[in-house]
Ligand binder design. Structure first.
Ligand SMILES: [Fe+2]
Length: 328
C-alpha cells in the first residue's frame, strides 16, 4: 500500500520535466526560423536577379528582331549600391534599346515625405544606358497627380526631373518607339500606357473593374501607322486585368505592382498581393494570355525591385526584367 502511494506522483513529475525543455526547444527553433526568414528576406530586398524573357511574334519585324527592353518596376526608392550603381551597371550590360520605368519608382504615402533625390540619382545613372528612357506611372505616382492637396507641388518636381534627364512620360497615350540601335530610318514597336482608374487599385479589386472598352476610351485603338499592324506593348501597372489588355489589342502587356506576391511558396506561387489577393497565381512571370489570329498575346509581370508597407520578400528576389523581342 505504501509503495503504491509513492508511485503515483512520479510520472507527473516526469511529464513536467520533459514538457518544459520541449516547449523551450520549440520556442528556440521558432526564433531561429524567424531570424533565418528575416535575414533571407533582407537579402532578397537588397539584391536583385536579372530575368530574361524572349517574346516571339510574327508582328515583330525582321528589323526589330532582338529589340531589347529593360523594365524597372516598383523600385519604391530602393537603392542597390550607392546611387543605384549595381542596378545601372546591370542595365548597361544588357545594352538595351529602351529602358522602361514601369511605375512606383517612388513611394507615396500620406504623412511621409516623397524621396525624389533617390529617383534623381537613378535617372543620373541611367544616362549611361545610352538609350531612350520611358516612364509610365504606377498607383503611387498617380497619387501625386490625383491628390495635389495632399502632396502639393511634388508631381511638378517629378516631371521637372523627367524633363531634365530627357525621360519621356507617357500616360493614356501611344507612341512609336525609336528603332533598334544601329538601325537607321526604321521604327521600333508601339508603346502604349494605360492609367488604371482608382477603383482598379482598391483592395480585392474585381477583375471587371477594367474592361477593353475603358482602355479604348482612354487611349483609342492600338496605333497602326502602316498596312502592317505593329507589335504593341502596353504598360499597365497592375497585372490584374490581363484579359482586358489583350482584348484591347496589346501583343505584350508589361506590369508590376504585385511585388511577386511577397512570399512565394513551392508549387503554389505568391501568397499575397498589395491588394490582398491571395494565391492569385500570376504575381510574377510571363504568361500567354491568348492565341489570336494575328499572333500570341503575352503578359510579363515583374516581381519588382522594392517594397513598401509590407517590407518582406521570401523566395521572391527583387527583379530586373529584360525582354527581347523576336521575329518569327
Ligand atoms: Fe504599385
Amino acid at each position: 500500500m505504501t509503495g503504491l502511494m509513492q508511485i503515483g506522483p512520479v510520472p507527473v513529475m516526469a511529464e513536467n520535466s520533459i514538457l518544459l525543455p520541449l516547449l523551450l526547444g520549440a520556442a528556440a527553433v521558432c526564433v531561429l526560423l524567424l531570424a533565418a526568414f528575416l535575414i533571407r528576406s533582407s537579402y532578397e530586398r537588397k539584391h536583385f536577379t536579372v530575368t530574361h524573357y524572349e517574346v516571339k511574334s510574327p508582328k515583330v519585324t525582321e528589323e526589330q528582331d532582338g529589340y531589347t527592353i529593360v523594365m524597372l518596376a516598383d523600385l519604391h526608392n530602393n537603392e542597390f549600391g550607392p546611387g543605384n550603381r549595381k542596378l545601372t551597371d546591370a542595365i548597361k550590360r544588357e545594352a538595351p534599346d529602351l529602358v522602361l520605368i514601369a511605375g512606383d519608382a517612388v513611394t507615396v504615402k500620406r504623412g511621409s515625405d516623397v524621396d525624389l533625390e533617390s529617383f534623381r540619382r537613378l535617372l543620373e545613372g541611367l544616362k549611361e544606358a545610352d538609350c531612350p528612357v520611358y516612364f509610365t506611372r504606377g498607383n503611387h505616382e498617380d497619387r501625386l497627380v490625383k491628390l495635389p492637396e495632399v502632396f502639393p507641388g511634388i508631381w511638378g518636381q517629378m516631371t521637372t526631373l523627367l524633363d531634365r534627364y530627357g525621360v519621356i512620360h507617357i500616360n493614356n497615350e501611344q507612341t512609336v518607339l525609336p528603332p533598334k540601335k544601329g538601325v537607321k530610318d526604321g521604327k521600333g514597336p508601339v508603346l502604349a500606357s494605360y492609367e488604371i482608374p482608382r477603383e482598379g487599385y482598391r483592395k480585392i479589386a474585381k477583375k471587371n473593374a477594367v474592361n477593353e472598352e475603358m482602355i479604348r476610351q482612354a487611349i483609342g485603338i492600338p496605333l497602326s501607322s502602316s498596312e502592317e499592324p505593329p507589335f504593341v506593348i502596353l504598360s499597365a501597372h497592375s497585372p490584374l486585368f490581363g484579359e482586358a489588355y489583350s482584348d484591347w489589342g496589346a501583343d505584350l502587356t508589361v506590369s508590376g505592382h504585385f511585388h511577386g506576391g511577397t512570399i512565394r511558396l513551392p508549387f503554389v506561387g505568391g501568397l499575397m498581393t498589395p491588394q490582398f489577393h491571395f494565391f492569385h497565381g500570376k504575381e510574377r512571370g510571363m504568361f500567354l494570355l491568348k492565341q489570336a489570329p494575328d499572333g500570341p498575346k503575352y503578359q510579363i509581370t515583374s516581381g519588382g525591385l522594392g517594397t513598401h508597407s509590407i517590407n518582406l520578400r521570401f523566395r521572391n528576389m527583387s527583379e530586373l526584367v529584360v525582354i527581347r523581342l523576336k521575329h518569327n
